[in-house]
Design a binder for this molecule. Sequence first.
Ligand code: PBG
Length: 342
Amino acid sequence: MVIEETKTSLGSYQKSDTDTFKRLRRLRMTESFRSMVRETELSPNDFIYPLFVVPGKGVRKEVKSMPGVFQLSVDETVKECREVRSLKIPAIILFGIPEHKDEVGSEAYDPNGIVQQAIRAIKKDIPELTVITDVCLCEYTSHGHCGIVRGEEIVNDESIELLAKEALTHAEAGADMVAPSDMFDGRVSAIRRILDENKFLKLPIMSYAAKYASGFYGPFRDAAESTPKFGDRRSHQMDPANSNEALREVEQDILEGADIVMVKPALSYLDVIRRVKDRFSMPTAAYNVSGEYSMIKAAARNGWIDEQRVMMEVLTSIKRAGADLILTYFAKDAARVLKQAA
Ligand code: PBG
């Protein structure tokens, strides 16, 4: 007996009194069925692993607020990269902590700066590993801001010239891709121009295109020693309340020549990742940032959640939202899990 007719987007169906014809659980009954209909599958190819390089030799210093993440000297960074490669993760992104910081972040664009040394050492040892560099001044300036500061203001146009210089020294040292993370206006075109003028026509740019002024960067600033000494980053990073503006930021970076666009952080911005992917169909990256990592580590250490399960769920959600690439401190752990399951 028909008890009800329902109209759905797919048409109408008649609900019978027994109502056994539609059972969504059928395809959940075995692992085999579940894997056959699974829509999102993670692979180590999705991951980019962040590394923090410090001066010295034999240095391997755990970051207090990021268990399992280390500041590494160049020699230790190379060892780490061998492990990353053996786990079939295709790429790393380098952050540098310099010997000396100054007002203008000189070591950021020093051809012999810490990141430039690390790039050369890694490319010599593991040429097939893709080396991406974060392009920003905040780790290199004494005040911890991402550019030049005049009075209270973080100035835009002079800063992007320095960022372009920094990107060029990374390219000259052998980087495979540069990733500006500052959020100043016009930096992608400034970098594109200097790269092209210097024959790096084929070197891609991954722009931190929609980067929010987020509380989730706290632990990173311990790792990179880049907490601003005064003020904050709200005059250049985005307001967490906005998503239409994220589309304008991303569009601008594409017009300026970005090859990959990034949304950052990931978890509180899954809607933004989806909108960016749907609107532009660009290779889209998402940064699963330090605070997102540390919260899971902390809860797991308290025995409150199952770390491995939550890690895989979070990474899957970022990919499901539309990210093709995920920058994550979980890259090695997740690659190990995927290897075991294979
Ligand atoms: C800036 C930069 C930051 C992160 C990546 N690049 C910090 C900031 O904007 O303050 C944060 C990454 C993370 O939290 O994991 N160079």
